[in-house]
Ligand binder design. Structure first.
Ligand SMILES: *Cc1c(COP(=O)(O)O)cnc(C)c1O
Length: 399
């Protein structure tokens, strides 16, 4: 009899079963140790079982798990105050995931135009290669056919232009446009960094036409690039920003940040969430910020990133038949593969190391931000052996 499979078949899972983690390591049921340079796709920002996060969660678990947003939740006020003091934003709405943070960002932008007397302005312009989540609105925003197919008509109000195509973007702006939505560094799209000049032009266009600029920092935010948020490198601030992944360090948590003006349409009763801003999530989110905002932490991220990036460039130089180039910022790095990236990923896994596939034949390297230079060197040694494996196999195949 065929084995019953009670789970949805939506995920193509690797046959790996991990039972615990320690820092940058994941330990499988059979005791094998894997170097985790995927970090749950940039989620485990402080690695696994970070003592400060474990303690914060335990302490909160003994007090209260859930309150409704019918009441005041002090942890929300603390975390929101810290986020607004550290960013462009004045207001925060808490969610449980990245897609929900984007939903809030989209609703905030539409409601802003509505409340300014422009209900017809509800279109959001996005960029090819984008990924904004898997809800019906966010697959429409992401615009990727593989995620849209078969789910009925694409939610209206999303218009997509090619990545980096300023003339197409200018053409796309019309009387119905509410906002422009962009990841400062595309994650799933293949670690594509948006140039500073492009963000500057977006800001100028938004100001000229009364549009809101929305940044999706779900993957690139919370210290990943060596600044608290990636947009800080450009000096360009958005009006609205979606955050998730790293801010919870592995606990489900997201946030939508906005200026007071951008959030002005979101009055009482317009939006809500049962679990959003739950005390457990707030305890962990505040604990993540305790560490990430500590003096020297982001310097550490930048320093390790330099070591890692130089090493990767040297591997790419020595294996031009396997790796075409290195891209990205901080600890959000990508290896553009010369061979099919699935082959390289498999070889990396054979070296007991975890990385993440992405678009454009890129392998994403997203280690915990706590990774040490020594651990980064261990990662490079494994990547080098993986590249050797791929080369040897290809030589064998062509012999
Ligand atoms: C992961 C991701 C999302 C979606 O987050 P979920 O928590 O999976 O809903 C949205 N935007 C970006 C850039 C992401 O990387």
């Amino acid at each position: 009899m065929a084995e019953a499979k009670p789970l949805y078949d939506t995920y193509m899972r690797a046959p790996l079963r991990f039972e615990r983690g320690e820092g940058v390591w994941l330990i499988a049921e059979d005791g094998r140790r894997y170097l985790d340079f995927a970090a749950g796709v940039a989620v485990n920002s402080l690695g696994h079982a970070h003592p400060h996060l474990v303690q914060a969660l335990k302490d909160q678990a003994e007090k209260v798990w859930h309150l409704s947003n019918l009441y005041e939740v002090p942890g929300q006020e603390t975390l929101a105050t810290r986020l607004t003091q550290a960013t462009f934003a004045d207001k925060v709405f808490f969610t449980n995931s990245g897609a929900e943070a984007l939903e809030c960002a989209i609703k905030t932008a539409r409601r802003y135009q509505f409340s300014k007397g422009h209900p017809e302005k509800f279109h959001i312009i996005t960029f090819e290669g984008a990924f904004h989540g898997r809800t019906l609105a966010t697959i429409a925003a992401g615009g990727q056919e593989k995620y849209l197919e078969g789910f009925g008509p694409k939610a209206p109000g999303f218009y997509q232009v090619p990545f980096g195509d300023m003339p197409a973007l200018k053409d796309a702006i019309n009387d119905e446009t509410a906002a422009i939505l962009i990841e400062p560094i595309q994650g799933e799209g293949g670690i594509r960094v948006v140039p500073k000049e492009f963000l500057e032009e977006l800001r100028a266009l938004c100001d000229e036409y009364g549009l809101l600029l929305i940044f999706d920092e779900v993957q690139c935010g919370i210290g990943r690039t060596g600044k608290l948020f990636a947009y800080e490198w450009s000096g360009i601030a958005p009006d609205i920003m979606a955050v998730a992944k790293g801010i919870g360090g592995g606990f489900p948590l997201g946030a939508c940040l906005a200026t007071a003006d951008a959030a002005s349409g979101m009055i009482a009763g317009t939006h809500g969430s049962t679990y959003g801003g739950n005390p457990l999530a707030m305890a962990v989110g505040n604990a993540v910020l305790d560490v990430v905002m500590e003096d020297g932490f982001l310097d550490h991220v930048r320093n390790v990133s330099l070591v890692f990036r130089q090493g990767l460039a040297s591997i790419a130089d020595r294996f031009p038949d396997v790796i075409e180039s290195v891209r990205g910022d901080g600890l959000m790095l990508g290896l553009k593969a010369k061979v099919p990236s699935a082959e390289l990923l498999q070889a990396i896994r054979a070296e007991h190391m975890l990385a993440v596939p992405a678009g454009e034949n890129v392998i994403r390297l997203l280690p915990p931000l706590t990774v040490t230079a020594e651990e980064a060197r261990e990662g490079m040694a494994r990547l080098e052996r993986a590249a050797e494996r791929v080369r040897a196999e290809n030589l064998k195949a062509s012999a």
